[in-house]
Design a binder for this molecule. Structure first.
Ligand code: FAD
Length: 390
């Protein structure tokens, strides 16, 4: 693979950060890199939130403001506009998780519809996004995936889930705003896959509006995509996919072990990387049928994607190829790629502080456990601090 050094440019990467914001980010990643501190911090924060202690100000001033755009979509606007001044778009992600009640699913539906409308009016936002379990109980998804009979009450819940899906996909189609549907645990995913492909058949007639997510830490996903590709040829629709490695590896492996079935996860990191890169290549070679959102913080995969696009003669600005990172992470990839003219959008999570805690804890834990990622952020931040001093 051609050696590249685009991501070494910290001036472009952190152009939007003031000196004090740079210091704050450095301090935060330093804290996150300390595993015992994250463990204790997580426990204390969870307790404090449950006990209604006044810790929200502290959370906002530290992790929240680094990884989230705000508590509401309006709150995120300064972040959205600032990033767009450097060519980086935003995917506003209402990151309220783990809810189990119908009123809460309706609230997520309303929020998603509003964001699609919002995106329709703002060039800085090309996508809407939601999680399948934001629209219905995990257990319903799981039962559907396992083929277990639903009770009459659960059947009604399932129908409401289908209705919510149809409403947001229809809205996205009307507004011509692409819609990303996140991938979750494998034991609920088949039901989501079936419903999302139904939506693709209905709303992706001319172009990809509805995007499913492929988690490439699963060894069966490229095969799944090839099957979907066949289906798309027969029924004449376009495919939209977000490709990621996957966020629930430990949970997947533990459940497989406990229940005595073979894990769906690739046998090691190298196989996941290969699977991700092979799938990316498959999609880029079939761009007439498949549009892609490449969600990764992996430098090698990002360099490889640029190289493949170059080899295949795909224009950097081709709207069928997007790159995405999470807000607060890997700015060296996002801002340098956008500066080169690629389509880039960052996921910007938002929501009430207490409700986005599961998301924040996942980010803290991921940055503690993913070897190299925190030290990489720290290195880049310290390089930029040094560069500014000079
Ligand atoms: C824009 C965006 C959207 C996302 N949306 C989703 C989503 O909808 N659903 C979702 O699940 N995740 C999602 N993620 C998270 C993503 O799946 C990864 O957890 C995260 O991006 C880290 O992977 P990476 O490609 O950046 O790179 P890397 O840091 O190179 O890879 C880390 C990943 O590799 C895999 N891995 C690590 N060790 C092993 C091992 N021993 N064996 C096998 N595999 C291993 C795991 O998936 C791990 O997360 C999203 C990420 C981004 C940036």
């Amino acid at each position: 693979m051609e050696q590249n050094n685009l991501f070494d440019n910290t001036e472009t990467a952190f152009a939007l950060k003031s000196d004090s914001e740079l210091e704050r980010a450095y301090f935060l990643f330093k804290m996150i890199s300390n595993e015992p501190l994250v463990r204790i911090g997580t426990a204390v924060t969870n307790f404090a939130i449950k006990a209604h202690l006044p810790v929200q100000g502290l959370i906002r001033a530290t992790v929240f403001d680094h990884f989230c755009g705000g508590v509401s979509e309006e709150d995120c606007l300064p972040v959205v506009d600032k990033m767009y001044s450097k060519g980086v778009g935003s995917v506003l992600d209402y990151s309220v998780e783990g809810k189990e009640e119908e009123a809460q699913f309706d609230a997520v539906l309303e929020k998603t519809l509003q964001i699609i409308e919002f995106a329709d009016q703002k060039d800085a936002m090309s996508f809407g996004v939601f999680k399948p379990t934001g629209f219905g109980r995990f257990l319903i998804w799981q039962k559907k995936t396992e083929g277990t009979d639903l009770t009459p009450e659960e059947e009604k819940e399932w129908r409401r889930i289908e209705e919510r899906f149809d409403l947001v996909c229809k809205k996205a189609h009307e507004c011509d705003v692409a819609l990303l549907i996140d991938g979750e645990e494998s034991w609920m995913q088949d039901a989501a896959d079936d419903l999302v492909s139904k939506m693709m058949r209905k709303y992706n007639k001319d172009k990809a509006i509805v995007y499913n997510t492929l988690q490439l830490y699963r060894h069966d996903r490229l095969e799944y995509l090839q099957g979907l590709h066949e289906e798309a040829r027969v029924y004449d629709f376009k495919i939209g996919v977000k490709i990621v490695r996957g966020a629930y590896m430990e949970k997947e492996n533990e459940r497989a072990k406990e229940n005595g079935y073979p894990t769906p996860i690739c046998k090691d990191k190298q196989h996941t990387d290969q699977n991700f890169n092979d799938t990316m290549k498959y999609v880029l070679e079939n761009l007439d049928d498949i549009s892609v959102f490449i969600g990764t913080h992996n430098e090698h995969s990002s360099y490889l994607a640029m190289e493949l696009m170059n080899q295949l003669g795909i224009d950097k600005t081709d709207m069928r190829v997007w790159f995405g990172q999470l807000y607060g992470m890997s700015d060296h990839i996002s801002f340098n790629m956008a500066n080169e003219g690629f389509n880039v959008a960052k996921y910007v999570p938002f929501g009430p502080v207490r409700d986005v805690m599961p998301y924040l804890i996942r980010r803290a834990e991921e940055n503690t456990s993913v070897a190299g990622q925190t030290s990489r952020e720290l290195n880049l931040l310290s390089q930029e601090k040094k560069r500014r001093k000079l």
